[in-house]
Design a protein. Structure first.
Length: 233
């Protein structure tokens, strides 16, 4: 084997090794921290986290976005063009659902999950910690907003309502009776009973209905957390 070929193979090997050992980008980040101190001086940290956008994951919705029928039409047209091109070169086109579309951000309409839930959840935690013996709480309670969007209900037909889709999680690692770590979680989320309106109705008065319905969802979440707080400590 020639010296040039040997050096070329060595360079290729080193390059591939470097790519293989390159660390993956972070998928989440901590954006706020608050420490609760009980009357007996026990301390517990409440942290706010957000998911980051990567090649294989969506970021947390830090502000409201909306997905219209037009977004699906555009995505369908693009998929059709890709399908036609693949006829000649070969390959496979994956389908998509409306839930995968990014849609449009509502400028200035910020996700209130962290600012609204953090003080209320902290108050609930402190009240319960005050009643318990002094204890070391070494794992934080994590509040993470995930999804906050408006999405059309039907692509065609008489129902032009939009659904508010919200998901924010409250999570903490605790020890079970045997001392093994286990995760406790409450999901603050919309469901089939969440009110639906047309997009103009949601958008009226700077998205007043969005803020109103979102606050009711978070208040319900705080109520659920209050009933289960002992299991989070």
């Amino acid at each position: 084997m020639s010296k040039k070929l040997t050096l070329s193979l060595l360079a290729t090997t080193l390059t591939l090794t470097g790519c293989a050992s390159k660390p993956l980008p972070p998928t989440e980040k901590r954006v706020q921290t608050e420490t609760i101190t009980s009357e007996n001086q026990s301390q517990l940290t409440v942290e706010g986290w957000q998911d980051l956008e990567t090649d294989y994951s969506r970021p947390s919705d830090t502000q409201l976005r909306y997905i219209t029928q037009g977004d699906t039409t555009k995505a369908t047209a693009l998929k059709t063009l890709q399908f036609v091109s693949m006829i000649f070169v070969g390959g496979q086109i994956q389908g998509f659902s409306k839930d995968q579309l990014k849609g449009t951000q509502a400028v200035g309409v910020m996700n209130p999950s962290l600012s609204y839930l953090t003080p209320r959840v902290s108050e609930v935690l402190k009240a319960e910690m005050d009643r318990l013996p002094a204890k070391k709480y070494d794992k934080p309670l994590i509040i993470k907003p995930l999804t906050w969007k408006l999405i059309y209900k039907n692509l065609a037909g008489g129902d032009d309502n939009y659904q508010l889709v919200m998901t924010t999680t409250l999570t903490r690692t605790v020890s079970d009776p045997a001392g093994h770590p286990t995760s406790k979680q409450i999901e603050c989320s919309s469901d089939a009973t969440t009110p639906q309106f047309t997009l103009p109705q949601w958008q009226a008065n700077n998205y007043a209905k969005v803020n109103e319905v979102t606050q009711k969802l978070m208040d319900s979440c705080v109520t659920t957390f209050t009933s289960q707080v002992r299991s989070f400590l």
